[in-house]
Structure formats: C-alpha cells, structure tokens
Write a new protein. Sequence first.
Length: 251
Amino acid sequence: MSAPILEVRDLHVSYGKVEALHGASIRAAAGQIVTVIGPNGAGKSTMLNAIAGALGRNCAVRGGISLAGRDIGRASIESRVAQGMCLVPEQRELFSSMSVEENLLLGGYSRYKAGDAQYRDQMPVVYDLFPRLRDRRKQVAGTLSGGERQMLAVGRALMAKPRLLMLDEPSLGLAPRIVKEIFHIIVSLKDTGVAILLVEQNARAALQAADYAYVLETGDMVLEGPAAQLANDPKVIDTYLGLTRQEKNEG
C-alpha cells in the first residue's frame, strides 16, 4: 500500500466505564476503498465518529489518528474538515427545507470560509456523478427519495474536495437497485484519488466495492485483508454473506 491518507493506531473509545472500541488500527490510501463490516453494535459508527472528532464530551478516546501524515487526534471537527476529512453520517443530515443546490453549496462552506474563491468548482463534478441532482437542483431536499437523499449527502461531502471520504451505512433503507447504483458511484470515486472509508452492514456490497476490508465484532478487529480474500473466507461467508460454503463453491 502507498503512504496512507488515514492511519488509525490502537484506537480505544470508552463511554464512561464501558469500552466500545478496543484498540482498532486501520489504514486507507489515496484512490483506495477500505471497508469495515460487522454486525449492529460492533462499534463501526463509534469508530467513524471518533476519527471525525464527533463524539461527545462523555467519551474518552485514546490512540493515534493521522491524516496525510499529520496527527489530528486533538483537532476539532472543523479543523479535521479543513484538513480534508468528510463524514457522510448514517442519518445523512441534510437541510430538508433548502434546495438541492443550496445543500451542495453548504458542502463547500469550509473552502469558502478559508478564502477559496473556487469553492463552487465541484458542482459540475457532482452533477456529472449524480445527473438526478442536476435535474432536481431547485427541488427542496426534503421531497427527494431515499436514494436521491443519499446521493445529495455524498455530493455535498464532495463539494469540500476531501482527501478522505467516510461513509456510514450508505445503503441503509435503500432498495437493492438503488444500492447497486450508489455503490457503482462509490467505486467510480476512486478515480478522483480520494481515500474512502466505508462502514457498511451490507457485507456483500461492501466487499465487492472495496480494495481492503476489516471485520469488527464487539469492539475488536477480528479479521483483515484484501476484500476479495475476505469475501472467500469461510467465517465471513457463513456469518455475513448469507451463503453456505457449498453454495459459495457452486456459485
């Protein structure tokens, strides 16, 4: 792997006396999709929020977090965003009463605030990736379908020109056809050079899209390796892919 954009070393997260994440370590390089799969309650979203600096004050975080070689473990959310990190949360957190275009422009606000006069320059890129957003650019975000809302959430993050794009359960609540479309677009984002950290319960879709994968269970990283290799691991097949080994071999 080339030099990582994201490097997380021995990350521990505790809520009071309860430790939710036990020494997680992950890496993601430019132009690479890294996925973390695991069951509900494994600590996947906790890990993403810890990396993004979005956990509450009642949480204790230990371990190293570096972005493009710079330690950001004590940086604010705003500082992490300014340095090139974007998180698309599970809830998507759009401004429902604002238009598609207004939501996208807000995604470039950190660049505008930093004095970047070209902060709108990703709008054509986003519209090329998501033609439906161009068609609905004046439409109020709250009236979009679930798939369109997910497209808008990803598009808004891309307006910031991130080095690292973190996606929390992008397939949640979407029809299979839309999930396939969303993952096709996620794979195409590799060509932009962004590093992608994908947390996903849909293990099949995640492993098909990713280059490298980790399995998180009850706060522990229990497996890691190239995504294609994990997709053929008997434990992953039996636990996460809904196939028996015989069915996998026959397929």
